[in-house]
Design a protein around this ligand. Sequence first.
Ligand code: CP3
Length: 332
Amino acid sequence: MMRQAGRYLPEYLELLSQTDFFTVCKTPALACEITLQPYRRYPSLDSLIIFSDILVIPVAMGMDCRMEPKVGPQFDFALETPEDMEKLNLTPDVEATLSYVFDGIYWTRTQVKNEVPVIGFSGAPWTLMGYMVEGGAVRSFDRAKKWLYLYPEASRKLLAALRDIVVEYLVGQFDSGAPLLTVFDTNCGEIPPRLYEEFCVPDLKYIATEVKKRRPGALVSVFPKDGEMAVFEDSDFDVVGVSWTSSPAEARRSCPSKTLQGNLDPHLLYADPDQIRERTVQMVKEFGVPKYICNLGHGMVPTHPVEGPKAFMEGVDSVSCEDAPAPSQEEK
Ligand code: CP3
């Protein structure tokens, strides 16, 4: 589940009450502890996503960040004009600045004795640029959108720098033991498709190609939230994430050769368990079990009841076992 370790879990709130968000991210043992919390509560979870945040990349570039309760992430400064890029290190040493994430992945994998995979992730360049230009979480990314039109060259420079960091960062996560790497482009749907294809799609395709060139065993996934999925049909991404705004049939039409991941409306998790199970089964049947990874269509939120995920997983387990094709000789 997207953001499966988070504020809807009392054990998460308890740990966070003693420290702050980015200290947890930077302390491998604490990041591991929080990554394991949902697994302890829901043992049928079949993968863990390392506890961290996409904003660790801007932090590594020199933009310090705090997680303000009820507000979200706030950087010490925003990129108001291209001149502000001089305050950044566009080529940070990824190993030196982000090894805490690599250590957290390695530590978690060791703790679960490799019984369950640990997924790594990064923000996509455009989503990271959005937060950097705005200086933190905002309702709409007006300033970041304006940058693409007003300062196209500076935007390209920033996006290219982020792209190269993302590649290094994902390779490092793979090397620490994360077999599947997800690139979250949460702000994909904020701009028109043409602009997305001009400024974002080539870099995303490059990320998939480059990571797989350097690490042929890596699996890579992209989540172009609320955007056009079809542009990724012709890419090296193995998996394309589906937002809750798409129907499974529409998603299959857009990316017929890809494995799809998604897309339960997170709000369903407020419903009674029977309804959660029924609608989950319906969703899995609509996607079909082959080439499909069951997930939410966006993240868990603080007000979600802890019972919701249990019913969701029961629904998934009932239908995926029943309908799964027999594994091929190779898979066995
Ligand atoms: O369990 C997991 O999925 C792993 C952890 C994870 C977090 N953030 C922890 C988190 C992951 C995968 C992310 C990714 C992330 N972070 C994205 C992309 C995916 C998405 O959700 O769209 C984005 C856009 C961010 C940036 C970010 N981090 C924002 C905008 C916020 C505030 C949002 C909110 O709901 O308040 C965060 C905070 C954040 N990241 C929390 C957690 C557990 C809540 C922090 C807290 O207050 O304790």
